[in-house]
Design a protein around this ligand. Structure first.
Ligand SMILES: Cc1ncc(COP(=O)(O)O)c(C=O)c1O
Length: 381
């Protein structure tokens, strides 16, 4: 039986850059500065330049990055934070964690990102922040989102966990909002070998505050100005990321080539009502995955099962919208029926989306297997 194709295999990239990564890890093992070592400062300087912002704060993971952003913006009990319900749980779970209420807004049916035309209606006197996710590798419509936010003087956080390296009007993800956050989870476009994340900002005061919050709120030794966290990035992870950042442009190009190959060979599916990914003219995507919409839930589930039965572990990101997750029920700002009725596109996408592996080391032969299976399925169903 052939080997199962997974959504991501971190060993492949490691094997092709093993020598430089081993050296970087060994350097840390030898100097022993496992926390706050020089590699973390080096990474922050490089990431800051890469993204094009004034400050970068490396943190423990992408979830903590959003939590730190909310804490730095003084979001607390009684506040509302607007976000989307089609995302990984992290985007919204941090909102109740700081005591605030998540207010879910619907998404765009082409990009699956926050529908900026629905944003203004969700703003109330309690709105303290907006978290817009740049899902599947493409940035949200930040000109429109920022324009509404500016009108009401509300800060915007970009959750760029899946879009690091992507551009919007030529500007990089994590550079266009009050705070940008990302994740270096292994399967992310820029992934480390454990957990990692970062916050970005052009506001130096906010940057200093986030830097303190990630380190127990301390501004100098034994002086804790803020209630903070232990949320630092390990030096070994920083060392790995320094190496991976040095060839990140090629990583992105390879991901884009992988996506282009799917789009070229799966275009026939659109005649059968499937929707392939849409990348807006002013955007580039880093293809966290390759996402397809089936015609309905039953067809989507059958396809994913068919792929699984043929040794392809396709994924469904995300089968349940966040507003329907049990943990958010006590936190909804309205009855579940009302919230649900406003999230028509979100519900529809969660029912129909499925995701294919899309990364640099995924081979054309492997893609051909998936393409053949999808065509086979469509022909015989
Ligand atoms: C959209 C989104 N936000 C936040 C996160 C959280 O990142 P981490 O797993 O590093 O905490 C993820 C990671 O899966 C994500 O996909």
């Amino acid at each position: 039986m052939s080997q199962t194709l997974q959504m991501y295999d971190p060993k492949r990239e490691y094997n092709s850059h093993k020598e430089s990564i081993d050296i970087a890890i060994n350097n840390v093992l030898n100097h022993g500065l496992f926390i706050n070592g020089p590699e973390v400062r080096e990474l922050e300087a490089s990431l800051k330049e890469y993204v094009g912002v004034s400050d970068c704060i490396c943190v423990s993971n992408g979830t903590d990055a959003i939590k730190i952003a909310l804490l730095a913006l003084d979001v607390r009990n009684g506040d509302e934070v607007i976000t989307v319900a089609h995302s990984w749980i992290s985007t919204a779970e941090v909102i109740p964690l700081v005591g605030a209420t998540p207010v879910f807004v619907d998404i765009d049916k082409e990009t699956y990102n926050l529908d900026s035309s629905k944003l203004e209606a969700a703003i109330t006197s309690k709105t303290k922040a907006i978290i817009a996710v740049s899902l599947y590798g493409q940035m949200a419509d930040f000109d429109a989102i920022n324009a509404v936010a500016k009108k009401y003087s509300i800060p915007v956080i970009e959750d760029g966990a899946q879009s690091f390296g992507a551009t919007y009007n030529g500007k990089r993800s994590c550079s266009v909002t009050t705070i940008g956050t990302t994740s270096f989870f292994p399967s992310k476009p820029l992934g480390c070998y454990g957990d990692g994340g970062a916050c970005f900002t052009n506001d130096l005061e906010l940057g200093a505050k986030m830097r303190a919050i990630k380190n127990h709120g301390g501004i100098k030794r034994f002086h804790h100005k803020y209630i903070g966290l232990n949320a630092r990035l390990d030096t070994i992870q920083a060392a790995i990321l320094n190496v991976k950042l040095s060839y990140f442009d090629q990583t992105i190009e390879k991901r884009q080539a992988c996506a282009a190959y799917y789009s070229e060979h799966l275009v026939c599916l659109t005649e059968k009502g499937f929707q392939l990914p849409v990348v807006k003219n002013n955007c580039t995507s880093v293809w966290a995955q390759y996402s397809i919409l089936a015609n309905n839930k039953e067809q989507r589930d059958n396809i994913v099962n068919y792929l699984k039965n043929n040794n392809v572990n396709a994924a469904i990101f995300y089968p349940t919208p966040l507003h329907k997750q049990e943990c958010f029920q006590p936190w909804l700002n309205d009855t579940i029926e009302h919230v649900d009725s406003r999230l028509v596109v979100t519900n529809d996408i969660c029912d129909r989306v499925f995701n294919l592996p899309c990364y640099g080391e995924f081979t054309r032969e492997e893609q051909d297997i998936i393409i053949r299976l999808l065509k086979e399925f469509v022909r015989s169903n």
